[in-house]
Design a protein around this ligand. Structure first.
Ligand code: PGA
Length: 327
């Protein structure tokens, strides 16, 4: 039985009030919370006020147009996150009993996985129309932070974390290729030694990008230093800079169109390339995979074989691992 101290929270309506408060706290605005929750703004304000009365402390402060959380508000926001996450877990378990007709799937993928992940997620949703899905796209470093904070059900990485204990399911190959403009003098040559590209102006992704990490690893293995011409925050920007004749780069094959020549690009034939990396579905080792996420991993393994570039045989078993860089 809940303790006496909990009685104040057991009134009718506390849970909806918490949902209203969580939305106001996250969005910093009564108006935006009302839009999100499809409620009238005065109702949102009244609900938030009632919750403050239940708690017995002010939760929100309005300074000008901005809403700020009080100390009690911050505590309650953290508690809301816990409560709603716990309810989501419960809902996912019950959904499993209902055969994935409901439930949520929170997927977070690196920016380079955006070339296939949303499409595959779309196919999966067609098969399970009752599922609610959320997809976050971030570079590797930001994704690592989300993983450490245990914010999502599943992550797609090409370079999974080296120092967090995770379970990794290999999904499909991720060939890394040298990309140049179609009319680049090296585009017609075959069997180029690495030295032929080592001195070329290089376009590199931002710090924290897994793509950049591969480029740096490749140069390090060759005992060379890239001649960085420019740092850009996305694969798309890099491709545009290549088309603008600013340099060449090393990118995932997935970042290029199936017919990349029509984009005006060439893949250079350099010895040692493509560098074979792998896409992995990853989750923290301690986490119980939700039924929707477990089903999605199986779906990815099947669907990935149909993706362009998925030509190399893949290892079949998931691996539980803590890897340290350089070991
Ligand atoms: P990126 O990462 O999109 O941050 O470059 C690719 C990866 O390492 O998964």
């Amino acid at each position: 039985m809940p303790s006496r101290a909990l009685r104040r929270y057991l009134r009718h309506g506390t849970l909806p009030q918490l949902a209203v408060f969580e939305s106001v706290a996250r969005l910093g605005s009564f108006t935006r919370a009302a839009e999100e929750l499809h409620m009238a703004q005065p109702t949102v304000s009244v609900q938030a006020k009632k919750l403050a009365e239940t708690v017995g402390l002010p939760l929100l402060e309005q300074v000008g147009k901005k809403i700020h959380l009080t100390g009690a508000g911050r505590e309650l926001q953290a508690a809301c996150d816990d409560i709603f996450r716990r309810l989501e877990q419960l809902d996912a378990r019950l959904a499993a009993m209902r055969g994935l007709e409901a439930g949520t799937l929170r997927l977070a993928v690196t920016t380079t996985a955006k070339y296939f992940a949303p499409r595959l997620l779309g196919e999966f949703c067609h098969e399970h129309p009752g599922l609610e899905v959320a997809l976050a796209l971030l570079n590797r470093q930001s994704l690592l932070q989300r993983l450490a904070d245990n914010l999502d059900d599943l992550y797609l990485f090409s370079n999974p974390p080296a120092d967090i204990e995770v379970v990794t399911h290999p999904i499909m190959p991720n060939p890394m290729v040298v990309v140049a403009r179609a009319d680049h003098p090296l585009a017609t040559k075959s069997g180029l030694p690495f030295a032929a590209i080592a001195g070329e102006p290089m376009l590199v992704r931002e710090p924290g990008s897994g793509t950049r990490m591969v480029l740096e690893d490749v140069f390090e293995q060759q005992g060379a230093t890239p001649r960085v011409r420019m740092e850009l925050g996305s694969n798309e920007a890099i491709k545009q800079a290549i088309l603008g004749d600013l340099g060449i780069s090393i990118l995932s094959r997935h970042a290029l169109d199936a017919d990349y020549r029509r984009e005006g690009l060439a893949i250079l034939d350099v010895k040692g390339f493509p560098v074979e990396r792998q896409w992995y579905a990853v989750y923290p080792a301690g986490r119980q995979l939700s039924p929707a996420a477990a089903r999605f991993v199986e779906f990815l393994k099947d669907a990935a074989g149909r993706e362009p570039g998925a030509t190399v045989a893949r290892p079949a078993r998931p691996v539980r691992t803590t890897r340290r860089r350089g070991t």
